[in-house]
Design a protein around this ligand. Structure first.
Ligand code: PXP
Length: 251
């Protein structure tokens, strides 16, 4: 059975990337969040990186104050980010692995291997009122670790599937898709709310949107790139159409 309407979280990090290329204040990620709301997004996602390469502390403060949509605050499991999240009290806090030298988030969080480091962070965030999400690979050991940590949500990393799909490696993409489908089913069966994200495009979203246990997709880079050609609101609306098509075909 296909679950309720799939939620779309729009990641606005790369509006800030473009702003920061020149310094100054434009384009404004908070304006992008308002545009996403008009286009029917269900939430806004922003990743405050340790090196502040895109989203800034001031962006998080403004997003917390000025937008009505729920904010999904992506953060590394560090004392600095924990302190910021405790102050901002976002609707959701998604813990991601972070390496200084990476261009984007590579691979999922090792929720199993870092259990002892993550446990106090997950519980402080939850006690502070945020829904805690862990960005993990489609792997049952990681999902079991998320349950034992008390996280309500996992976000499955679908970046490898999207890369294989874009490269036209159909056999490998199909194997990766099966892994994601199995993980979504397992995650829901052990009581997790299951989301997915990373690397999704108009073309790759359909098969992911068709996975019945998924409740939310978080999409950023492609939408901001597409906005250059057709505008942000149109890009979000079109992504929503592709999600709905994928979901409906599967029902
Ligand atoms: N979900 C998580 C946890 C992420 O770290 C990112 C990238 O910041 C995304 C979703 C969005 O990925 P993309 O920008 O490739 O759509």
């Amino acid at each position: 059975m296909t679950s309720q309407r799939l939620r779309l979280g729009v990641n606005i990090d790369h509006v800030a990337t473009i702003r920061n290329a020149r310094g100054g204040t434009v384009p404004d990620p908070v304006r992008a969040a308002h545009a996403a709301a008009r286009a029917g997004a269900d939430g806004i996602t922003a990743h405050l990186r340790e090196d502040r390469r895109h989203i800034s502390d001031a962006d998080i403060e403004r997003l917390s104050r000025e937008i009505d949509l729920p904010l999904n605050f992506e953060m590394a499991a560090t004392p600095e980010m924990l302190a910021i999240a405790l102050k901002a009290k976002p609707h959701a806090a998604c813990i991601v692995p972070e390496k200084r030298e990476e261009r984007t988030t590579e691979g999922g969080l090792d929720a199993r291997g870092q259990h002892n480091q993550l446990a106090p962070i997950v519980s402080e965030l939850a006690e502070n009122g945020s829904r805690v999400s862990l960005f993990v690979e489609a792997d049952t050991a990681q999902l079991d670790a998320a349950v034992s940590l008390g996280a309500e949500v996992v976000e499955l990393h679908v970046g490898r599937y999207c890369d294989l799909f874009a490269e036209g490696d159909h056999a490998a993409a199909a194997r990766e898709l099966t892994r994601i489908q199995d993980a979504a089913r397992y995650g829901a069966s052990v009581g997790l709310e299951v989301h997915a994200g990373h690397g999704l495009t108009f073309d790759s979203v359909a098969e992911i949107a068709a996975i019945p246990e998924l409740v939310e997709l978080n999409i950023g880079h492609f939408l901001i790139g597409e906005a250059i050609f057709i505008g942000l609101e149109a890009a979000i609306a079109k992504m929503r159409e592709h999600m709905t098509l994928g979901r409906t075909r599967a029902a």
